[in-house]
Design a protein around this ligand. Sequence first.
Ligand code: HEM
Length: 428
Amino acid sequence: MHEENPAPTTPPALFTWEFAADPYPAYAWLREHSPVHWTRLPSGVDAWLVTRYADAKQALADPRLSKNPARHHERSSAESPAGRSAHAKGKVGIPGERSAELMTHLLNIDPPDHTRLRRLVSKAFTPRRVAEFAPRVSELTDRLIDAFAERGEVDLIHEFAFPLPIYAICDMLGVPAEDQDDFRDWAGMMIRHGGGPRGGVARSVKKMRRYLAELIHRKRADLGDDLISGLIRASDHGEHLTESEAAAMAFILLFAGFETTVNLIGNGTYALLRNPGQRERLHRALAEGDETLLASGVEELLRYDGPVELATWRFAVEPVTIGGQSIATGDPVLVVLAAADRDPARFADPGTLDLARGDNQHLGYGHGIHYCLGAPLARLEAQTALATLFRRLPDVRLAAEPDDLRWRGGLIMRGLRTLPVEFTPSKI
Ligand code: HEM
């Protein structure tokens, strides 16, 4: 992937299949010529896209940009630039997410509710809990590789990047092993058809929600060491999560935590396969027992081609100016993390993958009060997955032409549909 600047007078086509395959030239154009850009999204909703690093960082932390979808006011035709009226109410949330309980999760609320819920969940979802989970993630990773190591070929998305995060978060939440394949199916439906509010996605969300509500109800009577029990137990100044808050919280941990991690492992592996020099460097460091390059490398993979292309929705609650552009009350604002993280004003040589990059304060996990709660778990999973994969299958290589690979077309998430690879079969 390389950055090119299309002709300055031609606004780039956004949200086409070509754009999904390589959005970076279009983002380079926007950063340079229209850094805060009003556009119509494929759903029919109009929104501002913020593409420069400094503006993105400001917008992510700006309290005048609310996370509450009720603050979204569609512009009337009279206010909108010609032909830009949208009738797209309800198109700004999690696909299929309609129930009142599920709407009240961290990514949809503002202080003081956000402060209270985040404090409570942080008491249960601690860095220590994640660190103690490391052996389990290694075990899961090895088990998944065992299943295809003797075959010499595999679709790494389907058999590796996808199941690892779903089993990991299920385990951590305390979903019994015998029910985890149901989650794999529901999550698969959501990842394959994400973006459509109807049909299978909505049914999968409903099943997951019902399952989690029942599980929480059962656990309340029999608390254990798992994260759901932790959520039930968590209290702050005598306050607890209600059952429906705990269900919404478990759901958002699953929802925010699985597709993102699938795509970090997928995009990260793909980037390493396409940058043999960097991969060799990582291989050597790991062989010498040096894990610092693994840690900085996963951060660089997040910056270079991270899974969250656009941060989630924000809505101006009063007139705001970002990057010199006035934004009206009620307008939706989408911060393009993928564009900000390749801003040459912030990162030297931004289109180059450099696993040892210093001063790498990328926005791949967001910024401000909504900064990713699951970052320690995501780091653990991605570091374990990449290190184990390249150690166990040292000659793993792409089994398709890069131009033949298909990227998912969703708005927020960036990831490959498949990642076929081949390697010398190895005995378990
Ligand atoms: C590579 C993997 C991941 C990436 C790149 C990622 C990225 C992000 C980003 C960019 C945000 C902020 C969104 C915004 O401000 O609009 C966010 C928030 C969040 N993430 Fe992650 N995430 C990852 C994995 C996880 C995992 C594993 C979990 C939990 C198990 C998780 C849970 C959350 C939650 C709960 C929030 C909302 C926090 C809040 O609103 O206070 N994420 N994540």
